[in-house]
Design a protein around this ligand. Structure first.
Ligand code: SAH
Length: 347
């Protein structure tokens, strides 16, 4: 049986150049193919018109070009668009376009399913099937950029890794995708317009700091008390808050980049004074800001958004100590595109 053909988009430019050299051809041919794949978005070797027919056939024999396919696109009344994205092996992930008056943000997935077990998140209920490849992440961004131009008459301005999956559990591929997104050969986007959101894996936060990444970091905190956090995010047992704190202090010392804490306030879970006090203390460790996210119900009612009075107490508690806090309203709720709702309709 013939060996399975390799996805040509898994190769770096250097690897493509080396491939052509090994074939007795010019390394430069690698640049040409790379440009077709990444700048011109070619979906077949046939399209590569400045490459000889013989070479195209040779490529065809050795490689496939995998591309994502937007299977279904849903548009919310608020302008949010959700894509159901079919991968080459028929698995599905979702990505979202979120327009505001001043920006268009792509919310992209990094894994099929998720291996973490946050009790309030729909994606956590799906088994983690596999990591996304760099090109599968990149393609989601390109698809949303195209939709942004088509429906909102402007290019994509920001990217958040807040879709399905835990990006730090797929570190290498996420970094490779971001490299491509920020490189002039890809989309040429500024790293500061990209935010990676993590549930908080200390070792990987330190690795990012050592790698001197230039994108922004958001951490899904939701509680600054171990006992409470473990109840809603059980992996906190393995990576407790003091380890997270230490990693974040390391991150800040290396990058000087302020962290965003994402935080949902739930009735009867983290709406007490001691919860607010603990968050205020946690905010004192490194420069940060807090995004209070609206809860998007996913189920039976175990979790309920706290009252607006409870949220006001959080805002007051933080602001009175000089911390920056924003309240983030949900977008795209009517099409299950809001935080934590991705995959709602696949379970
Ligand atoms: N795994 C990453 C990114 C995906 S989730 C992370 O944990 O950060 C993106 C954000 O949505 C996280 O802050 C997450 O805690 C939050 N979230 C998950 N489920 C939610 C829900 N039902 N309502 C509101 N926010 C939710």
């Amino acid at each position: 049986m013939k060996a399975k053909k390799k996805d040509v988009r898994a190769l770096t430019k250097e690897q493509l150049r080396a491939f052509f050299e090994a074939q007795g051809d010019k390394a430069f041919r690698g640049n040409q193919v790379y440009e077709w794949l990444w700048n011109k978005g070619a979906h077949s070797f046939e399209d590569m018109t400045n490459i000889s027919k013989k070479t195209r056939e040779m490529l065809e024999e050795n490689f496939v070009i995998n591309h994502i396919r937007v299977d279904q696109m849903q548009r919310s009344t608020d302008g949010t668009i959700k894509n159901a994205v079919r991968l080459h092996d028929d698995l599905i992930v979702e990505s979202v376009l979120i327009p505001t008056p001043t920006r268009t943000t792509a919310c992209v997935s990094s894994q099929v399913g998720c291996s973490l077990d946050c009790k309030f998140c729909a994606t956590a209920r799906l088994k983690r099937m596999r990591n996304l490849n760099p090109d599968e992440i990149y393609d989601q961004v390109v698809a949303i950029d195209n939709e942004s131009r088509l429906y909102h008459n402007r290019p994509l301005s920001n990217i958040v890794f807040m879709g399905m999956g835990e990006p730090l559990m797929n570190y290498n591929n996420v970094i490779a995708a971001i490299d491509k997104i920020t490189s002039p050969e890809g989309l040429g986007m500024a790293p500061r317009r990209i935010t990676l959101s993590t549930s908080g894996i200390p070792k990987m936060i330190k690795k990012m700091a050592d790698d001197e990444v230039r994108f922004k970091l958001a951490v899904s905190l939701h509680s600054a008390i171990d006992e409470v956090r473990t109840r809603i995010m059980p992996f906190n047992e393995t990576f407790p808050l003091d380890q997270l704190r230490e990693a974040l202090e390391y991150w800040y010392s290396k990058t000087k980049s302020r962290v965003t804490y994402e935080y949902v306030v739930w009735k009867g879970i983290n709406d007490r004074k001691e919860d607010i006090d603990a968050l205020v203390r946690f905010c004192g460790y490194i420069p940060c800001k807090v995004n209070l996210i609206e809860y998007n119900p996913i189920d039976d009612g175990e979790f309920q958004q706290a009252s607006s009075q409870a949220i006001d107490k959080y805002i007051h508690g933080l602001e009175s100590r000089g911390f920056v806090v924003n309240v983030r309203r949900s977008r795209g709720k009517d099409i299950d595109a809001a935080c934590g709702q991705l995959a709602n309709k696949q379970v």
